[in-house]
Write a protein that binds this ligand. Structure first.
Ligand SMILES: C[S@@+](CC[C@H](N)C(=O)[O-])C[C@H]1O[C@@H](n2cnc3c(N)ncnc32)[C@H](O)[C@@H]1O
Length: 309
């Protein structure tokens, strides 16, 4: 039987909201998070050792210390680069929980002139990434770094939002999920955002609702070797690419009326998926291989002529 009057600890559901950020950390640190998020996460996961590799105004560490958790806060402003410096070496031991909170859209600058604390253009600063692709790549390195410093059975994760600008919507979380081993994903928690700068803009004329959420993504470190981990990541990436090829060939063949000679198929694919072809000079062979591999989808009608089965 549940006692309705008992004080709840931990996260009750996968959707959380903290209108008040609480007393922890520096509330003037731009992009700071609510301490309640960390408090409930710590209640849930019960770490003995916690690391925040992008500690900013120190919210997470103050909450952890108040709860008697051994906590380590690192940040680029102290010279620690979570992309290229090893967390495990820096902390000197494995942690039970490692959570990062990266500057994800470049909207708030940190090391840059006029930024939160810096005065230089620093390629290590995640708020100064060249573009989204640069950020996605660096964050994969950060998450693998966090993972390496987590004990087997412990959790590593990140707090991250979405961004829309000039009609382009970027879901950073989706990119991270695609780059990390899917069998380690433990939870995606949606957190309502309060008190953002964007809250004060006028949204009357907007076509789509404004973004008012972030995600806390958590992975559980399974006890596998680095080699197995990397081969899982590579295999999942390859499966995604080959699945994309299968869909491209099928869609183009359907658009050609369901049956077409190879030359016509090549020409239509070249027009439909130029980005896909740039990275694969042997793409014609890839098309033929895709047709031959998926007998449930594609059928050879005669020499050099293929149809959707
Ligand atoms: C959104 S803030 C973190 C705020 C923090 N959660 C809080 O409540 O105050 C992001 C932090 O990432 C740091 N940062 C940017 N690039 C970094 C890197 N490569 N390595 C470590 N920290 C980095 C910035 O200096 C900034 O303090």
């Amino acid at each position: 039987m549940t006692n309705k009057n008992a004080k709840r600890t931990g996260m009750a559901s996968s959707v959380v909201s903290y209108p008040d950020r609480g007393p922890w950390g520096n509330s003037k640190w731009r992009g700071n998070a609510s301490g309640h998020l960390y408090r409930e996460l710590f209640e849930q996961v019960k770490p003995k050792v916690f690391v925040d590799p992008m500690v900013g105004g120190g919210t997470s560490i103050e909450v952890a210390q108040e709860m008697g958790i051994e906590a380590y806060g690192l940040d680029l402003f102290e010279g620690f680069d979570a992309v290229s410096d090893d967390i495990l070496t820096k902390v000197g031991k494995h942690a039970d929980l490692i959570v990062s909170h990266a500057p994800y859209s470049g909207m708030i600058k940190y090391a840059a002139p006029g930024g939160m604390w810096g005065d230089k253009n620093d390629p290590a600063d995640l708020s100064q990434c060249i573009d989204d692709a640069d950020f996605h790549e660096k964050m994969q390195m950060v998450l693998l770094n966090q993972r390496r410093a987590t004990r087997p059975g412990g959790y590593y994760g990140t707090l991250i939002g979405d961004w829309r600008r000039g009609g382009k919507y970027t879901c950073y979380m989706a990119e991270m999920l695609a780059r990390m081993p899917s069998n380690e994903l433990a939870a995606v928690i949606i957190k309502t955002q309060h008190n953002c700068v964007s809250d004060f803009k006028s949204y009357g004329a907007m076509k789509m609702p404004r973004i008012q959420h972030e995600y806390l993504c958590l992975w559980e470190k399974r006890s596998v070797s680095a080699v197995v981990l990397l081969s899982t990541i590579v295999k999942e990436g390859q499966q995604r690419v080959s699945g994309t090829w299968k869909n491209i060939v099928r869609l183009v063949l359907q658009a050609l009326g369901g049956v077409a000679p190879l030359e016509k198929l090549y020409a239509a694919i070249a027009a439909a998926a130029p980005e896909q072809l740039k990275t694969n000079q042997h793409w014609r062979a890839k098309v033929r291989q895709t047709l031959q591999l998926h007998a449930d989808i594609f059928q050879r009608k005669q020499e050099g002529v293929w149809a959707v089965a």
